[in-house]
Write a protein that binds this ligand. Structure first.
Ligand code: NDP
Ligand code: OXD
Length: 314
């Protein structure tokens, strides 16, 4: 019952070593290593895996996404119809919460203005709205969206959310489904996108969605923040909205093509903070116990947790 890792992010060795030390009696290898008995592999740990792993490892039983998102797996040719477990862990959730809160505060507290002023040796105080006067709308109230919502509520922001199904009691105002997208947007000064990439969410955030955000907010116009997936936004529309002032600021961690091509209009868009898909990294040291514990449970006949819904694709 050996373990195989296929990850194109430079962390495959680290994951295999962690699994090997957790299961000394089991082989844990990286796909492509010499002398691996691929037919013995039962567990695949994958991040944007090599499609050949599915041809070589014919006896897989469970696939572990090395991330909370699974779009990187679902479109790989030859993906077998097996249970897919995604990462749901406090370490990853905390990292994402930190990033979201940081970005909301950077815009609320006018940090881009102060960085520009400092670069020009200028002392330029500017007032900022109180948290209680800003309406933050979170698209995607799952593991990550809910945690960010709680943290922002604790700081005093007015937080509401939009998802596919109602989360009873999480927030006083929740919007559900396509019919409630417009009312959700019209009450939003700061839009936080934490949606998975699915057929329904692809290119959802476009000129129309950005144009439907509240225009009368305390920051003088809306802010857009995305750490979900780049494919959920139309990047040319986001860049145009920043250029025209329709958006007064944005923070983006995820892009349709990564690394972001040099030709992207986002590189020169004003008031945009970009990070290179580092909002919440899946750290092998922090997260290997989560996967190892699930493998142990599975071997004992216990159910797997945090399985991907193959119909919903997340
Ligand atoms: P979850 O599956 O827990 O939550 C997804 C949320 O999105 C749910 O609330 C779901 O609604 C909602 N949703 C899905 N489809 C739709 C739709 N069509 N309309 C409205 N709402 C929808 O995922 P996580 O919170 O764990 O992760 C979210 C995403 O964050 C991941 O898929 C990944 O893409 C991204 N991510 C990015 C990272 C980074 O470093 N930038 C790190 C980790 C994750 P419902 O609750 O009703 O099911
Ligand atoms: C993830 C990611 O999905 O890092 O976990 O993007």
């Amino acid at each position: 019952m050996s373990i195989i890792v296929s990850a194109s992010n430079g962390l495959a060795d680290a994951w295999a070593q962690r699994m090997q030390s957790r299961f000394p009696d089991t082989d844990a290898n990286v796909f492509g290593d010499a002398n691996v008995d691929y037919e013995a592999c039962r567990f695949l740990l994958a991040w944007k895996p090599d499609p050949d792993v599915f041809t070589a490892c014919k006896n897989l039983e469970v696939i572990f996404s090395l991330g909370a998102g699974v779009d990187h797996l679902l479109d790989v040719e030859g993906l077998p119809n097996l249970p897919i477990v995604r990462i749901v862990d406090e370490d990853l959730t905390t990292r994402m919460t930190e990033w979201v809160v940081l970005q909301v505060l950077l815009h609320q507290r006018q940090q881009l203005h102060y960085l520009r002023a400092q670069a020009g040796n200028q002392w330029l105080p500017r007032s900022h709205p109180a948290a209680r006067h800003l309406r933050v709308g979170i698209m995607g109230l799952g593991e990550l969206g809910s945690a960010s919502a709680k943290a922002l509520c604790a700081l005093g922001f007015q937080v509401h959310g939009w998802s596919r199904s109602r989360k009873r009691g999480l927030l006083s105002t929740e919007y559900v489904g396509p019919d409630q997208l417009q009312p959700f947007l019209s009450q939003t000064d700061v839009l936080v996108n934490l949606l998975p990439l699915t057929q329904q969410t692809r290119h959802l955030v476009d000129t129309q969605v950005l144009g439907a955000l509240a225009q009368d907010g305390a920051l003088g116009g809306p802010i857009y923040i995305n750490a979900g997936r780049g494919g959920t936004q139309v990047e040319a529309d986001v860049a145009a909205a920043l250029q025209s002032g329709q958006l007064v600021g944005a923070s983006i961690d995820v892009f349709e093509q990564e690394p972001l091509p040099q030709t992207s209009p986002l590189w020169s868009a004003p008031n945009l903070i970009m990070t290179p898909h580092t909002a919440a990294e899946s750290n092998p040291e922090a997260l290997s116990d989560y996967i190892a514990n699930q493998i142990s449970a599975y071997r004992q006949g216990l159910p797997l947790k945090n399985l991907v819904d193959s119909q919903a694709s997340y």
